[in-house]
Design a protein around this ligand. Structure first.
Ligand code: NAD
Length: 496
């Protein structure tokens, strides 16, 4: 029994103004949608409706692409890099100034703990704009090839797990390189993108440089199929990523795909064990495990497996699950009923496969969508819970004896986004990083992000990189004059 009573520390929702309904942001203004069926976005922690949001039809997507094309040809691609950089710096500063408002709105719409939206999502989103603002007038020095030029109009589709951060990862480099964008947020988390539209107005961004259309898969598909789109940037599931790759095959559209993951978090017997436990917690319970690069498979050296199991469970029992607006909360709400159903289905599969399920046993709120931090032990490589993404607060524990076995097991998934290595030996870290087929390998830490560092996957985790100098490559072309002339003719045709 605790010697003191728990005192919640709730963040106030009063800092945000949520409209009852939203239009689309096209050509620098909010406009009503034509034809689509409006849908509601709910707070997953309470199931309360937050707002009604428009569904963009193919006509609306057409209008957004046309606005982006006009802004591209008349203004944005002609502007000097230094001037584009000023707009990006301005947006970055506004994001910092309005960070509290954005963090609260993100938490209400997404269900993530306020301490994460406040301390991770928003600072990083602003950092991405600052970082790319700095590149805007230095593209000639970024080793991108001769005379780097923008690609044109970029279609960007983002998921619900880091709505504002994924927007920043996509919009900031696109704009820095001189492209204009049509962005679609996920259907369950559209509100921070719509608030970002206001930031674009506040920053006096030329109309049409950023267009935001809301809707679900059909709206996304309309962006993918639109002939006026020059490049697609997609973050989401591997299944939809494959559909997009098939849709654009044979067209001149370029694409970068940031897809799913099933990262191994590898703990050697010489690792600082308590730090490793914290790394596991951060790796899989951060953002309710709704993280593409989450450390969802623990690979622990066999001789310390029992000790780690005991320490991990003791730590998980202290995690506070509940109201995401409470500043003490560690694990918030699952983003949607659909995602909760998916987690429950995968957990039932894990039990049916014979793995041992343990959960922290904490109390859960009655309304909203929740799942207790859960550990599966006795997992083998063939189990579906060791191969498929669960995208929730559930971790599978496997064991290994030698570094070579750890590498073989870590690489034995269709994915290749990230991995963690916990050991005292620097030489082993370097050897493991070389052997692991993962775009990012963290050593004695996990889930650390920085705009200067490229992020992306191997295998079915997608292709292309976001962030760093490498992330700029997707947003420029170094085509020669002939190829550029034919691209210009095609763009002219597409904008008619
Ligand atoms: P999802 O693929 O269902 O949806 C992602 C986005 O694509 C949403 O905006 C959705 O409306 C849109 N969409 C759906 N169908 C579409 C279609 N046919 N054409 C075009 N757009 C379409 O994924 P989700 O459930 O929203 O997100 C979770 C997935 O995203 C997980 O698999 C996760 O690993 C992945 N993810 C990857 C990264 C990364 O950087 N690699 C980051 C975050 C999330």
């Amino acid at each position: 029994m605790s010697p003191f009573e728990y005192a919640p520390a709730p963040e106030s929702a009063a800092v945000v103004d949520i409209a009852s309904s939203y239009g689309l942001f096209i050509g620098g203004q909010f406009v009503p949608a034509t034809g689509g069926t409006p849908f509601k976005t709910v707070n997953p922690a309470t199931e309360e409706v937050l707002a009604e949001v428009s569904e963009a039809s193919t006509d609306d997507v057409d209008a957004a692409v046309a606005a982006a094309r006009t802004a591209y040809t008349r203004v944005w691609s002609r502007m000097s890099g230094a001037d584009r950089g000023k707009y990006l710096f301005r947006i970055a500063r506004i994001l910092q100034e309005r960070a509290r408002e954005f963090a609260v709105l993100e938490t209400l719409d997404n269900g993530k703990p306020i301490k994460e939206s406040r301390d991770v999502d928003l600072p990083l989103a602003a950092a991405h704009f600052f970082y790319h603002a700095g590149w805007a007038d230095k593209l000639d020095h970024a080793s991108l090839g001769p005379n780097p030029r923008p690609v044109g109009v970029v279609g960007q589709i983002v998921p619900w797990n880091f709505p504002m951060l994924m927007l920043a990862w996509k919009v900031a480099p696109a704009l820095a390189c001189g492209n204009t964008v049509v962005l679609k947020p996920a259907e369950t988390t559209p509100l921070t993108a719509l608030l970002f539209a206001e930031v674009c107005q506040q920053a006096d961004l030329p109309p049409g440089v950023v267009n935001i259309v809301t809707g679900a898969g059909a709206t996304g598909q309309a962006i993918v199929d639109h002939p006026g789109i020059d490049k697609l940037a997609f973050t989401g599931s591997t299944a939809v990523g494959k559909m997009i790759a098939r849709s654009i095959a044979g067209t001149r559209k370029r694409a970068t795909l940031e897809l799913g993951g099933k990262a191994a978090n590898i703990i050697f017997d010489d690792a600082p064990i308590d730090q490793a436990v914290e790394g596991i917690v951060n790796g899989i319970f951060f953002n309710q495990g709704h993280v593409c690069c989450a450390g969802s498979r623990i690979l622990v050296q066999e001789n310390i497996a029992e000790d780690l199991d005991r320490r991990l469970k003791r730590r998980l029992a202290t995690l506070r699950v509940g109201d995401p607006m409470d500043k003490n909360t560690d694990v918030g709400a699952i983003n949607s009923r659909k995602q909760l159903d998916r987690i429950e289905e995968m957990v039932a599969i894990g039990e049916a496969e014979g793995a041992q399920r343990w959960d922290s046993g904490c109390e859960l709120p009655t309304n909203g969508f929740w799942f207790r931090p859960t550990v599966f032990s006795g997992v083998s490589q063939t189990h579906r819970i060791a191969q498929e993404e669960i995208f929730g607060p559930v971790v599978s524990v496997l064991t290994f004896r030698t570094p070579a076995e750890a590498v073989a097991k870590a690489n034995n998934t269709p994915y290749g986004l990230s991995a963690g290595v916990w050991t005292e030996k620097g030489s082993r870290i370097l050897w493991m990083a070389d052997q692991l087929r993962a775009g990012v390998v963290w050593a004695n830490t996990f889930n650390k992000f920085d705009p200067t560092s490229p992020f992306g996957g191997y295998k079915e985790s997608g292709y292309g990189r976001e962030g760093g100098r490498h992330g700029l490559e997707a947003y420029v072309t170094t085509a020669g004059p002939l190829e550029r002339a034919s691209e210009a003719a095609r763009s002219k045709g597409a904008s008619k």
